[in-house]
Design a protein around this ligand. Structure first.
Ligand code: ZN
Length: 270
């Protein structure tokens, strides 16, 4: 029983995990209440979804880059909702995969991972320069990212090496910015890690750990700061209510502009 209790707690934690979606949440329509995220298993795969209660009569599903949203009548018990999801498991899992693929494709299109391609790095473009010769770790020189590869290296290796460099830059930079804001806020996450999530920029789980998407390193530093402050504010307020936004504002007063920037960027890349 004790072990089951632990597992239930872990699942509840995961379900309470708050994430910053790739697009801003739509303005709450009247009659629709944002009731948080839930987690369930479909064909052995954990699927997180946003549950919204509304005055509609049937259970409806929406899948977009934010993931799965389920809208259900107010009086339908959660077990019935899970059963309805289970009935459509094949379709839901296929659609979720398609969205993930689409997001991956959009990124591949956005950056040409090859000699002469340009790579957004902290809001500025770095030119990818491939030097053939002795293999060496990528290094930045002014506005260039120089990648040394052997002449026979497959083109795919340019992307792998450049992304490896971006991730290590992200790790260093995010750690510095987290330390900076923690000091001002007086609360630190229990741990933090980079994520490669396709559908969110950052997340904070109820156990106090923060995840930050390494792709944020493409964006201007003030956007990285906003996402870090957003997740740190969740350590105090695990919701998106007025007190949460006040906490964000303490850390990052100009947050509205950063939110708009993130939203417009997503809109223009689709
Ligand atoms: Zn949030």
């Amino acid at each position: 029983m004790k072990r089951l209790g632990k597992l239930a707690n872990r699942l509840a934690d995961a379900a309470r995990q708050l994430s910053l979606p790739l697009v801003g949440a739509p303005p709450a329509a009247p009659m629709v209440q944002r009731a948080g995220h839930r987690l369930m298993r479909l064909d052995g795969i954990f699927v997180e979804y946003q549950l919204c209660r509304s005055d509609r009569r049937t259970i409806g599903f929406t899948i977009d880059r934010r993931g799965l949203t389920v809208t259900a009548p107010r009086n339908v018990p959660e077990a019935r909702i899970d059963a309805a999801l289970g009935e459509r498991a094949d379709w839901l899992l296929r659609k979720l995969d398609e969205w993930r693929e689409r997001a991956a494709h959009a990124e591949r299109r956005a950056v040409r991972w090859e000699h002469g391609g340009s790579l957004p790095y902290l809001g500025e473009d770095l030119l990818i320069r491939v030097d053939h010769g002795r293999r060496a770790p990528p290094r930045r020189e002014g506005r260039e990212l120089r990648i040394a590869l052997s002449a026979e290296a497959p083109t795919e290796e340019v992307r792998e090496r450049a992304q490896g460099w971006l991730k290590s830059e992200a790790r260093t930079l995010f750690a510095l910015r987290l330390a900076h804001y923690e000091a001002g806020f007086g609360i630190a996450p229990r741990s933090w890690a980079l994520s490669s999530a396709r559908t969110r920029w950052g997340s904070c789980s109820a156990n106090g750990s923060i995840r930050l998407n390494w792709r944020l390193v493409h964006f201007p530093p003030h956007i990285v700061d906003y996402v870090i402050c957003h997740e740190l504010a969740h350590l105090r307020e695990m919701n998106h209510g007025p007190r949460f936004w006040r906490a964000v504002g303490e850390l990052y007063p100009d947050y509205e502009r950063a939110r708009r920037w993130l939203r417009s960027r997503e809109a223009s890349s689709t």
